[in-house]
Design a protein around this ligand. Sequence first.
Ligand SMILES: [Mn+2]
Length: 467
Amino acid sequence: MLRKLTPLVSFLLFIPMLIEAQQASEYPNDYLSPAFHAGRRAAVREMMPKNTVGIFFASQVRNRNNDVDFQFAQNKNFYYLTGLEEPNSMLLIFKEPVTVLGKTGTEFLFVQPRNPSREMWTGKILGVEGVQELYKLDNVFTHDQFTYTAIDLSKVDSVLTTLYSENIISKYYGRGGSDPLSKMAQLIDSAITGNKKPNASRTIGNILRTLRAIKQPEEITLIAKAASISTEGHNAVMKGIKTGMTEYQAQAIMEYYFKKNGSEYPGYPSINGSAENTCVLHYETNQRLMKDGDLLLSDCAAEYHGYSADVTRTIPVNGKFSPAQKIIYELVLEAQDSAFLLCKSGNASNEPHKAAVRVITRGLTKLGIIATDAELRTYFPHGTSHGLGLDVHDPNPGILQTGAVFTVEPGIYIPPGSKCDKKWWNIGVRIEDDILITDTGYQNLSAGSPRTVAEIEKMAKQKSIFK
Ligand SMILES: [Mn+2]
């Protein structure tokens, strides 16, 4: 039976519909803003030496096999500075204003022209007007307008590129290549003569590394979103895993939650290694059938609008850690907790790693797994932290400061045949979280997925549609 509504109640019931109408958008609209990219270009120009030009190329489409290409992935520096997700494009940033093709300014973008017959196959190309409108850039041209005479380098002392040696512009894209980027690269290469040629100490890569090491608020929002999506995937695996499942089925559960939440793709190939495969640091084949008593190490994270998280959890396939697994797991957990305590502004970025090394060295010695400190690398062969952002391995500042985002990921890996008691064999444990340095300390962006033995075992008992 329906109840008659008072006008006020009717209005209140209508509010959610209003909100929904406002939010409903056919396509995502939470990308980095044009103002963000403009701000980053200004920051680059600010750091450039006098009389220089910085050149940034979009990525090329890469062939996979026969006439099938890999899904396009934009060059991250180019994306940071423009937001544009198309190939065959080039950005020039001049320190001082110049005139290019009748337009005076410091920023010039060359993009793909519209092409209706191609767009019918591979989707919309924005073209000059589309790029101007979407990314609020003034001086946009098509790449075929880039000619030897279009760009005047006479007032430029030095050319800075994101590539690394003087004539690598043409080498990198293949001398003689007929695609638009190769042509533009060759034109630039031939226009740059004598001491204008870029060299390793004057590449713009150093400037980009410095800037990208400290994240802007808009970037932190996207990394936090990627981390939160990732933890949802990890939690679903914790709940859904069971003996008799394959590593790729665990991967399927994980990645379903990434895609479900709008992540375009995983930030890196998903690592789902069980038993002896937990000890392979970048195991990606994910083909094994998991058995009772195995551990599963899942190093998987989502990428969201260009920004990647990086999260690892290690869980028992049957829902309960064995006594030996629990001992190693809790040692890694203690190392991670000790490392967290050193995540603060002003500390050197390797302090968390040093703390993890101290804890794991002491623990493995006490367990009789190693006899000397030098043996630590046998079982803990990697660093504890790397920067995180547009790249899953992003620049990290030497000294931690507000806005730095990096991983804390200690691990212990004991493959079969190791020179220690057999009871430790096939135990590989890594616990990895994404840390943001704040004014008051740090924030764990991936805290949404449990880390303690008790919490993981509790989550394993929860209902899941996968078991
Ligand atoms: Mn990592």
